[in-house]
Design a protein around this ligand. Structure first.
Ligand SMILES: C[S@@+](CC[C@H](N)C(=O)[O-])C[C@H]1O[C@@H](n2cnc3c(N)ncnc32)[C@H](O)[C@@H]1O
Length: 288
């Protein structure tokens, strides 16, 4: 996804607006954070202090999960994000983790372009993580930053999650019947396109990678509930090229609800709940 600087500001503002309630609604994000943490393989690490950089850290759910999974470890944690509101919620959350040994710092930083001034790159990190942030970014720019990060931290491991094509397909289908001329759901890279982009970046910037995919399905009471959840977590900015603001009248909402696919249980019985599908990519990167 390529965002203009205006769009990036809008994305940051949406997340900031949602920051205080984000954790109450971020069901997909909590599930995905667990997947990212498992893939770090920390159970096999004999390091007593883990030095961790979190890109697009949001409300710092990753460090919360890790301190829960590995209470005996100490942490040097840096979280970066473009949303000031999310960072301030992250700082608040860190205060609730006071039984753990965490030295944390946060910085407003763009994952596409680390600044020198924050000394981010001067520290030695063992791990770099990112969960559900890079789908908002230009992948090649992120890979360039990660390659520089690996030059400074050659033995570090990077684990990231992102969204793939097929995510929110049901909502997209419903919107197509209401307003076929415009996009109302963000477009994500397909698994194959992501893989090709990573192959090219790995050759250009000199790293090796592994890519996995998975699906996660969540149920909702209505199509409106799907859209409300996106708004509650701040992920409601549609940045696809032909996106357009749309005033959803009662009539149009009814049409949208009717066009949203039924939750079929596989035996032909439509259920009252709606399902939203999420297609996730998990990327592991190391120095080549
Ligand atoms: C869906 S939230 C995920 C937050 C957190 N990682 C989690 O899993 O709960 C996406 C986060 O990415 C941040 N983000 C989006 N684009 C970014 C960029 N270019 N640089 C840094 N952060 C970015 C947003 O501000 C938001 O906090």
């Amino acid at each position: 996804m390529y965002l203009t600087s205006t769009q990036k500001k809008q994305v940051a503002a949406s997340f900031s607006k949602a920051a205080t309630q984000y954790d109450n609604y971020a069901r997909l994000q909590h599930w995905t954070v667990k997947q990212v943490c498992q893939r770090l393989g920390l159970a096999d690490s004999d390091l007593s202090t883990i030095r961790l950089l979190d890109l697009g850290c949001g409300t710092a759910n990753i460090i919360k999960q890790l301190t829960n999974d590995f209470p005996e470890k100490a942490w040097l944690y840096t979280g970066i994000d473009i949303s000031a509101g999310m960072l301030s919620a992250a700082e608040q959350k860190l205060k609730t983790l006071n039984g753990h040994q965490i030295e944390a710092n946060f910085a407003i930083e763009d994952v596409e372009q680390f600044s020198d001034s924050t000394q981010l790159m001067a520290k030695q990190y063992d791990y770099c993580v990112s969960s559900l942030a890079i789908q908002w970014c230009d992948l090649d720019k992120v890979c360039q930053q990660l390659a520089q990060f690996l030059q400074l931290n050659p033995s570090a491991e990077i684990v990231m999650s992102t969204l793939l094509e097929g995510s929110l397909a049901e909502l997209n289908q419903a919107w197509q019947s209401v307003d076929p001329a415009h996009s109302h759901v963000n477009e994500f890279l397909s698994f194959q396109v992501l893989k090709q982009a990573l192959i090219q970046a790995s050759l250009r910037y000199g790293f090796s990678f592994e890519l996995e995919q998975d699906w996660h399905h969540l149920s909702y009471s209505s199509a409106l509930a799907v859209m409300q959840e996106l708004k509650h977590i701040g992920a409601n900015q549609v940045v696809t090229q032909n996106a357009k603001q749309f005033y959803l009248t009662k009539e149009k909402l009814k049409q949208l609800e009717q066009a949203y696919p039924d939750n079929d249980d596989g035996e032909g019985t439509p259920q009252t709940t709606k399902i939203a599908s999420w297609h996730l990519g998990f990327i592991k990167i190391r120095r080549a």
